[in-house]
Design a binder for this molecule. Structure first.
Ligand SMILES: [Zn+2]
Length: 422
């Protein structure tokens, strides 16, 4: 179903024709910028008041649109093209045409799951908060509200099992099962192999990251990202669409996201990147163990300079933790872990971290300035909001995959070394 409305911008009095495609959500928040003056216009379908801000609703306009006004198409679930009004060519119909029925229903299944989780958002967040606070009684009590998640006992391995069921439950609509599952599902056997081949160093590595609190802190950092991903379940919806068509398709193509703006999402990308790079320290230790039998020993090409002298930052895993974010990935040589390179954009991350970007809301184009160029701002890169949301989604998937590596290391400690995570 579609609703057609005509809005008059409060700031410049421009008339804007708007076609709003309905989804199954009971409450649907929309947002766009006035194409003439860039002022933000927002409203919520499903609330009695409608909460229209930035414009007034022209009640007596006569449908259909005649093309004289600016036109905005909106739909929460799909990317929406900029352009002129065409009768019947709605975002929903375009999506079905492009995806075909089978893929459309696969996408719909995930969108429905998002609707379900959204309704349980409070319960899910409470479980994670109580776990982080280490209040076992309240953690167990909050679990009762979630479906199919039972705690077998209050033994640590069972508490972690329940916790990871919760994170999988949250992540399910955002992730695709095939993604990196060789790594997350293969970790127990990788650890078993290391345990047999190099018992002493493997135990030393796990004991190090358990005793110094690194593993637990990393887990808590990851856990904090799940409720925040849920906060962005609206604007990330159109990015899921590109799982079902060629992913290159959202590059440089201006399509609209019908809710949220860049300023509300950009810090989350930065924080995801921050936690991801911390996870890479854990991956580097494992990779060093697998490749060189010592978690502290990096490849010579990384560890030594041209004069064959050791470089301080690569002298041990502990000093590697301080390496610049952008350099960390290249120090993990020939790893079994393959990161989706689309997910990581350290230039974009730097642009956000140093607050050097301009966002034009009417076109949803982000221009950022990644270089250090004194007081000048010359070298810029452009990216559309839809591409940014896609990167955010892909980076969340990487963090979620590596959270499964954390899980395997926790189980190794608790079950094999009989050492609880304190
Ligand atoms: Zn305006």
């Amino acid at each position: 179903m579609n609703i057609c409305k005509c809005f008059k911008c409060d700031t410049c009095e421009t008339l804007i024709d708007c076609r709003i495609g309905m989804s199954n959500r009971d409450v649907q928040p929309f947002q766009f910028a006035c194409p003439a003056c860039e002022e933000n216009i927002s409203f919520v379908i499903g609330l009695p008041t409608g909460e229209l801000k930035g414009a007034s609703d022209i009640k007596d306009f006569v449908a259909p649109f005649d093309g004289k006004n600016h036109f905005i198409d909106l739909h929460l679930n799909f990317p929406v093209s900029f352009g002129k009004y065409e009768v019947g060519s709605t975002p929903f119909m375009k999506a079905i045409d492009e995806l075909g029925h089978e893929k459309y229903f696969m996408l719909k299944d995930r969108l429905d799951k998002l609707d379900l989780i959204y309704k349980m958002k409070g319960d899910v967040i409470r479980v994670i908060n109580q776990f982080k606070k280490e209040d076992l009684r309240l953690f167990i009590k909050s679990l009762e509200k979630l479906p199919d998640i039972e705690l077998k006992s209050d033994k640590q391995q069972d508490v972690f099992a329940a916790l990871y069921k919760v994170t999988s439950f949250i992540a399910e609509p955002f992730t695709i099962h095939q993604h990196n599952n060789e790594l997350s599902e293969g970790m127990p056997s990788i650890l078993r192999g290391l345990h047999e081949a190099n018992y002493e160093k493997t135990v030393e590595y796990v004991e190090l990251i358990v005793n110094n609190g690194f593993l637990k802190n990393l887990l808590h950092d990851c856990l904090g990202l799940y409720p925040r991903m849920l906060e962005f379940e609206h604007p990330v919806r159109p990015a899921l669409y590109y799982d079902y068509i060629d992913t290159e398709s959202c590059k440089n193509i201006p399509v609209r996201i019908s809710t949220a703006d860049f300023d509300t999402c950009n810090n989350f990308y930065k924080d995801l990147a921050e936690v991801f790079y911390r996870q890479l320290t854990m991956v580097a230790g494992l990779n060093n163990l697998i490749k060189r039998n010592d978690y502290n020993l990096f490849n010579d090409s990384v560890r030594l300079n041209k004069r064959n002298e050791g470089i301080k930052n690569y002298a041990s895993l502990n000093s590697f933790a301080n390496v610049d974010l952008g350099s960390k990935l290249s120090a993990i040589d020939d790893s079994s872990y393959h990161i989706d390179t689309e997910a990581l954009d350290s230039k974009l991350r730097n642009g956000i971290a140093h607050y050097k970007y301009v966002y034009k809301e009417s076109t949803q184009l982000i221009t950022f300035y990644p270089s250090k160029e004194g007081m000048e701002r010359d070298k810029n890169q452009d990216i559309y909001l839809i591409e940014f949301m896609r990167k955010m989604l892909l980076l969340f998937r990487e963090v979620h995959t590596l959270n499964h590596v954390i899980k395997s290391l926790i189980y190794y400690s608790v079950l094999v070394l009989k050492k609880e995570i304190q």
